[in-house]
Design a protein around this ligand. Sequence first.
Ligand code: NAD
Ligand code: LMR
Length: 327
Amino acid sequence: MSKTPIRVAVTGAAGQISYSLLFRIASGAMFGPDQPVVLQLIEVPFEKAMKALEGVAMELDDCAFPLLKGMVLTDDPKVGFKDANWSLLVGAKPRGPGMERADLLKDNGKIFTAQGKIIDEVAADNARVAVVGNPANTNCMIAASQAKRLTADRFTAMVRLDQNRAQAQLAKKAGVDLTEVANIFIYGNHSPTMFPAFKHATIGGKPAVEVIGDKDWLRGPFCETVGKRGAAIIAARGLSSAASAANALVDHVRDLMTPGKIHSVAVKSEGRYGFDANVWAGMPVKTTTPGSYEVIEGYDMCDFAKSKLAATNQELVEERAAVADML
Ligand code: NAD
Ligand code: LMR
């Protein structure tokens, strides 16, 4: 007997990221090759956006994906989030050249107060939320702050793109296949202050620090390249990353649905790793049951790492202060 479809609400469904994302969800890349899905596609109430969304839906039809059991196209979040098992909050303004992600706070923050409230009211009992729209950590905190029914652990923000970027940089530097790199996790904010903690990373089963043999590169150019990769892509493409962001969201959700997976997710800190208890910070988690996880707390940090964690925590605390009126 075929499985009950998972209802996936996606905001910003006519945007750049969604144009790479929706086809992968419908093909089974996110929830598996035998899991049907219904896509609940949410856009802003403007003719241009809704028309573009109709075009995307036409293309989804034209793919004849066997797992796609239905689509809802709407500019009403109450309709779009209704009974959603997963809500993927992609819709928000992207930054342009010369901007930091935090510059988007005021404009994008208000989107997430409204959506957090509606998801809490109408989404499924097992609802899970993944925030991509920037600044993702703080937007996730804003959305979670509106919820009365859904607990804070249901709300996660994406730092998986940063983990994937760090993995690729380490493999490139070591001259090995990407699959040789393991245990590289992202701590803190999805911003240049994030910390890709290299001490516990391994390459071919050996400590990455030994294999690379260049601590200055790890502390300097490596952290900088990973932290500023988003800006480098905007400078090169004239647009923010989209296909790699969609791919990272597929990884984020798929690994949160796969018990045993260990991966980087921004979650409510609860004081772990020295983060302020009420910010959403990237850290390693282990998926326990589909959609649920526990934070892995055992990684020890040297003084350099502690100073990096303190800096990214400070930025998260400042972002929270900047949106205090929305919480
Ligand atoms: P885009 O401008 O191409 O698309 C955004 C879409 O969202 C637009 O179609 C817009 O109409 C829609 N939208 C805006 N407000 C909405 C709302 N309230 N409800 C529903 N839809 C809404 O942008 P994009 O390139 O797809 O990027 C989307 C967001 O993702 C940006 O904030 C970007 O900075 C962020 N991003 C995050 C990461 C990450 O790693 N966390 C990576 C890349 C991009
Ligand atoms: C990224 O990391 O590519 C995105 O967050 C887009 C951006 O503004 O950097």
